[in-house]
Design a binder for this molecule. Structure first.
Ligand code: C2O
Length: 613
């Protein structure tokens, strides 16, 4: 193996991204030179965009342009194949004020080999623009290689989120970045440190992992990640026994012209603190599998938002984030002006939590007069149970703006299992059926046209004229599932842990591994007048979750586990209701994506080995 002289360049590690360097700018309280907040008198406790409909009118559009292409970076020191937006990992920061419109031109420049793509704006509800949700097989056809699609939608919710490719598990290859909407805050702060993106990381190209994850060998499900990153940077020990330069992790076309494959001590992310000031940190888990536990040595974290929902502030020393989840925290810098401390994130807990084989990574926080040429020496002050990977208890997390779920609801039970299908392949099933999309026949145009006959593997749940739905999920396997709903914030009525032993107990109904049945919900609601709201919730191993949402956004909305490999394995349904109220196509032309994709697939065989989403 050849080692590169240290340090590797920024370009070799993360392409053109400057996130996690001391050159990354602090973010403003809002964009442009408004003398006062552009959202006027709206605050976190007098407004709600999803149910009540409060959204400021700014008449401003923010323009972005993305080119997605293949590349290779060494985020943790190990060179691997990736896909990047504008040659940056993570992708560019998309920023807007609450109520602005966001327009993003997306060019699919993925070649050698070609692949479709799409971009989803995680957590934005797309209330008047369900067509812009960016899910191939649901709202559009994939953007064909060499083609372009322009997304346009309003920033209806404010806070911290991310966008990502929604084509197969492409987002784990690097097609993901922060999506920040400036709006009112539950507490004031001095400095916005910007996105702090947390993820696990694999060395193998995503397509090979998917092939294992939807395979016949239970020991490869789920695959274990190699390391953990903060803003795209981490470390891997090149002499690690599990690492070999002949591994399949580098494709042959890339292997042919490289002179090095691994470097120890890759640069870690670094951030600036100002002594005495309060800093806002926007945490997001954009990983593939693992639950992240985030902390800062010797500093408390005050939570002010979970996903896009401002919460009544509370203080903790560790924040737990499943894939897709975000938490905004405020941190008051208590050290002296020359202090340097570690920020750390960890994906522990082994298989049940999607833990990594190298679970922890660090990032340096330098106060204004600190010596930035030396690394901090602080040690962790956070304490938590690393094998319990649930979100904070529901009694702690109450929304700033109280909403009582409507009482007139209908309950749908959903049973999550891991089973063998008739071809001997493991599938993540919901009520006995794994999801598999048809890229050429997206669901939304069909539903809008009144064509309501769907194939069973499209997993469409049509709730018709209902006004409010409870989803009662039972997790019959010893794995964590961060479930995400498109188009809505949901109330979390209850979440529970399983108490059965972890591991297989008997053969499942279709000859699958037959894991311990999950615990079930007893119908009790935590905080019935103002339950926690968010868009992604961790369902604990062998546990349950009951969520509820109002059917106030007609469209087709995926509800899926955000673990990339479980989603690839089919752990998704599509929620449809009030199809005659689906808004007409307002902007762009998603139909054009299908013309282009149809032409492409008439000339190329697309190897869709997974669910597609
Ligand atoms: Cu982050 Cu289906 O979404």
């Amino acid at each position: 193996m050849l080692y590169l002289p240290h340090p590797i360049t920024n370009e070799q590690q993360v392409g053109d991204s400057i996130l996690g360097t001391l050159c990354a700018p602090y973010l403003p309280q809002w964009l442009d030179q408004y003398p006062t907040a552009p959202w006027g008198n709206l605050t976190t406790n007098n407004s709600d965009a999803t149910v009540v409909g409060d959204i400021p009118i700014t008449n401003v559009t923010r323009y972005y342009e993305f080119t997605i292409s293949r590349g290779r970076i060494s985020a943790d020191g190990v060179l691997r194949d990736v896909m990047l937006i504008n040659n940056q990992f993570p992708g560019p920061v998309v920023e807007a004020n609450w109520g602005d419109w966001i327009q993003v031109i997306v060019h699919n420049n993925i070649s050698n080999p070609f692949e479709g793509t799409s971009v989803h704006w995680h957590g934005q509800v797309q209330k008047n623009s369900p067509w812009e949700d960016g899910v191939p097989g649901a709202t559009q056809c994939p953007i064909a290689p060499g083609h372009t699609y322009t997304y346009k939608y309003q920033a209806e919710l404010h806070g911290s989120s991310w966008y990502h490719a929604h084509y197969s598990a492409q987002f784990t290859a690097g097609v993901a970045g922060p999506l920040i909407v400036h709006g009112p805050s539950a507490l004031p702060y001095d400095i916005d440190l910007g996105p702090v993106m947390l993820s696990d990381w694999y060395h193998i190209p995503y397509f090979s992992i998917v092939a294992d994850a939807v395979g016949t060998n239970l020991s490869l499900i789920p695959p274990t990640s190699d390391s953990v990153l903060i803003n795209g940077r981490g470390r891997f020990n090149c002499s690690d026994a599990s690492y070999s330069s002949s591994d399949e992790w580098l494709s042959s076309n890339i292997k042919s012209n490289i002179t090095w494959t691994c470097v120890d001590d890759a640069p870690l992310s670094s951030f600036r603190f100002q002594a005495g000031k309060t800093h806002r940190i926007r945490l997001m888990n954009h990983g593939a599998n693992g639950v992240q536990r985030f902390s800062i040595d010797n500093h408390n974290l005050t939570v002010i938002a979970t996903d896009y929902v401002p919460t009544v502030p509370y203080t903790t020393d560790v924040v737990t984030l499943g894939v897709g989840q975000r938490t905004d925290v405020l941190v008051t810098a208590l050290g002296t002006r020359d202090a340097a401390i570690w920020m750390r994130t960890s994906a522990p807990g082994g298989e049940p939590c999607g833990g990594s084989s190298n679970p922890e990574t660090l990032a340096a926080i330098y106060y204004q007069d600190a010596d930035v040429t030396t690394l901090p020496t602080s040690s962790s002050s956070a304490s938590y149970n690393s094998s319990d990977c649930s979100n904070d208890v529901l009694t702690l997390t109450t929304p700033e703006f109280a909403i009582t779920p409507s009482s007139n609801s209908w309950t749908q039970d959903l049973s999550l299992t891991l089973e063998l299908n008739s071809s001997g392949i493991f599938e993540f099933m919901v009520n006995g059926q794994a999801f598999h999309s048809d890229f050429n026949v997206p669901l939304l145009p069909q539903a809008a046209a009144g064509n309501l006959t769907f194939h069973p593997e499209w997993n469409v749940y049509n709730f018709e004229q209902n006004t409010s739905i409870i989803l009662n999920l039972t997790n019959n396997m010893p794995l964590t599932h961060p479930f995400h709903l498109h188009g809505h914030n949901f109330y979390v009525l209850a979440v529970g842990e399983g108490n059965g032993p972890l591991g297989a107990t008997s053969e499942g109904p279709n000859g699958g591994p037959g894991f311990t049945p999950g615990a079930t919900w007893d119908g009790t609601v935590v905080n019935p007048t103002n339950p926690m709201r968010r868009d992604t919730i961790i369902i604990p191993p062998n546990g349950y979750a009951a969520i509820q949402f109002e059917l106030d956004n007609p469209g087709v909305w995926p509800f899926h586990c955000h673990v990339a490999w479980h989603l690839s394995g089919g752990q998704a349904i599509n929620i449809l209701y009030k199809h005659e109220d689906i808004p007409a196509l307002p902007y762009g032309d998603v139909a054009e994506t299908c013309v282009d994709w149809e032409y492409y697939t008439n000339h190329t065989v697309v190897d869709q080995i997974d669910s597609g989403a």
